[in-house]
Design a protein around this ligand. Structure first.
Ligand code: ZN
Length: 303
């Protein structure tokens, strides 16, 4: 009986496995002649197939890099000649080993310093580094690497294809959504400076390392969102001061709790004030208040 049940269940399993053969765990989107976006597990990377070989960007993780190489090999038999790191954060670059036998790795010079300091053996150390600008030409394609200063990290660059008007800059602007949580690791002032520099670049398609292509317009929308958030938080801070709040709660609460309460109140009111304009953006209910808290702290310390 037991054996029969087991056989039956095995049989059912194999039928259902056949019926629901899992879809490929990645997608490849063609953006222009020879230019593709590879996406898997909420991460994405640009790659360019040329007659002289392939230029890849972020190798993501060891697991995803295997799929990435598979995707590239399904389109060309040319080797990957270059891997460009968008920035130094481990979650975007830990899978480089699969490309190491054929490719040279390129990154902004601070990325190399950060990678060496971390000492993570999975991460291939970039051999080619630059400070502000690097031009890469291969098989008739041109890629410009532009560093505008510190922003999301101190090594985050724009990977720019001038002929195709495509630009990849990771973890800066999420088309359709509010910014990520409290913008961890980000220097707010320099981040805003970089958004303004980014607006000056002539491109149409924005890639950001975590989803489908977006429109350049989202750079302008982010600048407006932060301008509004800062203006609103400034106004609210004039209306309710931290000192008044301490006086109100004299002796009845811990100073740390009072400080948090103050930041929270300003942040929540700013988010409610901006809801009519931005409330439809993805993640507004979850992350806008985290964005706002970060902006309130920024104004307290650096305003
Ligand atoms: Zn990052």
């Amino acid at each position: 009986m037991r054996a029969a049940l087991l056989a039956l269940s095995l049989c059912v399993c194999s039928v259902s496995a056949q019926a629901q053969r899992p879809a490929k765990p990645y997608t490849v989107t063609r953006l222009a002649d020879g230019v593709y976006l590879f996406s898997a597990y909420f991460y994405s990377s640009l790659f360019i197939v040329t007659s002289g070989g392939v230029i890849a960007t972020d190798p993501i993780s060891p697991k995803v890099a295997g799929l990435y190489l598979q995707a590239i090999e399904s389109l060309t038999d040319k080797p990957v000649r270059y891997v460009i790191y968008s920035h130094d954060h481990t979650d975007h670059i830990a899978g480089g080993a699969v490309f190491a036998s054929t490719a040279q790795f390129i990154a902004q010079e601070n990325a190399r310093v950060n990678i060496l300091a971390r000492g993570n053996p999975a991460i291939v150390t970039p051999q080619i580094t630059f400070k502000d600008r690097y031009e890469l030409k291969l098989g008739g394609k041109e890629v410009r690497l532009l560093y505008f200063g510190e922003n999301h990290s101190n090594s985050n660059i724009a990977i720019y294809l001038p002929a195709e008007k495509i630009l990849m800059m990771v973890d800066m602007v999420y088309p359709g959504s509010v910014p990520f949580r409290d913008l961890p690791g980000t220097d707010i002032r320099k981040y805003l400076d970089t958004l303004r520099r980014l607006r000056e670049v002539d491109f149409k398609i924005l890639l950001y390392g975590h989803g489908p292509p977006g429109a350049k317009q989202w750079v302008d929308r982010y600048i407006a969102y932060f301008d509004d958030l800062i203006a609103e938080a400034r106004k609210l801070r004039q209306e309710m001061s931290y000192e008044e709040m301490v006086e109100e709660h004299q002796g009845s609460a811990d100073v740390r709790e009072l400080f948090d309460l103050y930041v929270e109140r300003v942040a929540e009111r700013a988010v409610e004030a901006l809801r009519p304009k931005y409330g439809r953006w993805g993640g507004y209910d979850e992350w806008a208040v985290m964005n706002a808290r970060r902006i309130v702290l920024f104004l307290i310390m650096d305003g």
